[in-house]
Design a protein around this ligand. Structure first.
Ligand SMILES: [Zn+2]
Length: 447
């Protein structure tokens, strides 16, 4: 089995840097697994590592596609596999640097993704294949009760006010003719029967920084991107849309789902450039809009980072841990403190990779650091399907809403949070006080 190293983790955590460091130390080359960085040029909006920082290490599958082209996961899988074959022949270590989750997973595992993709198309990709105006016209409560009849499992999973999810579940039923929860069940069984077969012997480094440390870094990076020319790139992209060089059927909404136009920043700065292009606002108004857009881009970046971690914890780790063979090993490296990068990240990664290449015994992932121990626990980690199928809502026995209704918590996490909340603790305290009062009044009656 061919050996590869893979680096995953959120945007802005230093994956590209570690990739170069590993390649330099061990004689390797980078294979890019970021769906945005396949595009030619536009280095800032796609977060490409500057050429001078790549230190002469070849980067494959990067910088080769025109903005209007699309690069499907199957194409990525084919090209990356060829690349790995070639590098292995040349005795170079293939180092996959991932930003796009489904690219990475499709490369690491044999049969996990194809089915996932179809199912995911069916229930979680947006926009949905065909809009259904007849559903859009209905009230959310009505949609919800419809879903309760059609697919109670999914109705239980979604919050009754989560209109978007409710509509999607209904769409799956009306358009595919099957209950969404049945599709998920089938997917789960498929996973249990077939497991997921690793395609390579892979060492996976999960570069992790706690959000409290990562988020300020991400915010700063947005500032730097703006200073170094983000707006020129957005202008260039907008020009292409205006000139009709990009063929977009339908409306603006759709463009953000496709190719390079999904890049964080493009959509977020639309109000600013629209104001600029139409000359509709004065300088003050303009800088206010610019400020708002900047905040929007920062928020979108943080959300993206959060989703990336969720994928690792909810999809990748269960897949790794559920497979019988340990062909894929995941190591978390703590990149929270940049001053400790050399010890906590670079040296550890090199050491482990050396042992991996020499077929020596590898360390236990949880032993690497306190953070690794915390983040690589198996409790609380469940695959998405299991989570949906075992979803439980809780009714709090003590708390009441302003209207006097019972309080419902959607899912175990919400329930846990609620139990720790000030509101809940106060309700318990009040209840106890009432009980004591009640007891005293009873005692008063006796004496
Ligand atoms: Zn409560």
């Amino acid at each position: 089995m061919q050996k590869i190293a893979t680096i995953i983790g959120t945007t802005g955590v230093g994956k590209s840097q570690l990739g170069v460091e590993l390649c330099k130390a061990l004689g390797g080359q980078i294979i890019n697994a970021d769906a945005m960085q396949v595009y030619r040029g536009l280095d800032i909006i796609t977060n490409k590592m500057p050429l001078n920082e790549r230190q002469g290490i070849p980067h494959h599958l990067m910088d080769f596609l025109d903005p209007e082209e699309e690069y499907k996961v199957t194409e990525f899988k084919r090209d990356a596999t060829q690349c790995i074959d070639q590098l292995t022949k040349e005795h170079q270590l293939p180092v996959v640097v991932g930003g796009t989750n489904y690219y990475v997973q499709s490369l690491l595992y044999q049969n996990s993704l194809i089915k996932d993709e179809q199912t995911e198309d069916a229930y979680s990709r947006s926009p949905s294949p065909e809009p259904m105006p007849e559903l859009d016209a209905l009230q959310t409560t009505e949609l919800y009760s419809r879903l309760q009849e059609i697919d109670p499992i999914m109705a239980n999973k979604w919050h009754p006010s989560n209109r978007r999810k409710i509509i999607r579940s209904l769409q799956v039923y009306y358009q595919i003719g099957r209950k969404q929860s049945d599709i998920i069940k089938e997917q789960q069984e498929h996973h249990q029967i077939h497991g997921s077969q690793a395609r390579f012997k892979s060492l996976v480094f999960w570069l992790y920084a706690d959000p409290s440390k990562l988020n300020p870094r991400l915010d700063d990076r947005v500032g730097t991107m703006i200073e170094t020319g983000l707006f020129d790139e957005i202008k260039q992209l907008r020009k292409q849309v205006l000139l009709g060089q990009v063929n977009i059927p339908g409306q603006d909404l759709e463009i953000y789902q496709r190719g390079l136009w999904q890049a964080i920043g493009y959509k977020e700065f639309d109000p600013y450039f629209t104001a600029l292009e139409t000359n509709s606002t004065d300088q003050d108004g303009l800088s206010k809009i610019r400020e708002e857009c900047t905040e929007r881009m920062k928020a979108a970046t943080r959300r993206y980072a959060k989703r990336q971690v969720q994928w690792i914890r909810n999809k990748l780790l269960p897949t790794v841990w559920n497979s019988q063979k340990s062909d894929v090993m995941v190591y978390l490296l703590d990149a929270g403190d940049l001053k400790e990068w050399d010890t906590n990240v670079r040296q550890k990664a090199i050491e482990i990779t050396k042992a991996f290449q020499a077929d020596e015994e590898l360390p236990v992932p949880q032993d690497l650091s306190e953070t690794a121990k915390t983040m690589l626990t198996r409790n609380h980690i469940q695959d998405t399907q299991t989570r949906i199928l075992t979803w439980k809502n809780h009714t709090c026995p003590v708390c009441k809403t302003d209207k006097g209704d019972q309080v419902i918590l959607y899912g175990d996490i919400e329930w846990e949070q609620h139990r720790k909340s000030r509101w809940h603790r106060k309700s318990i305290k009040n209840k106890k006080l009432e009980e004591i009062k009640h007891k005293h009044s009873l005692e008063g009656m006796v004496s």
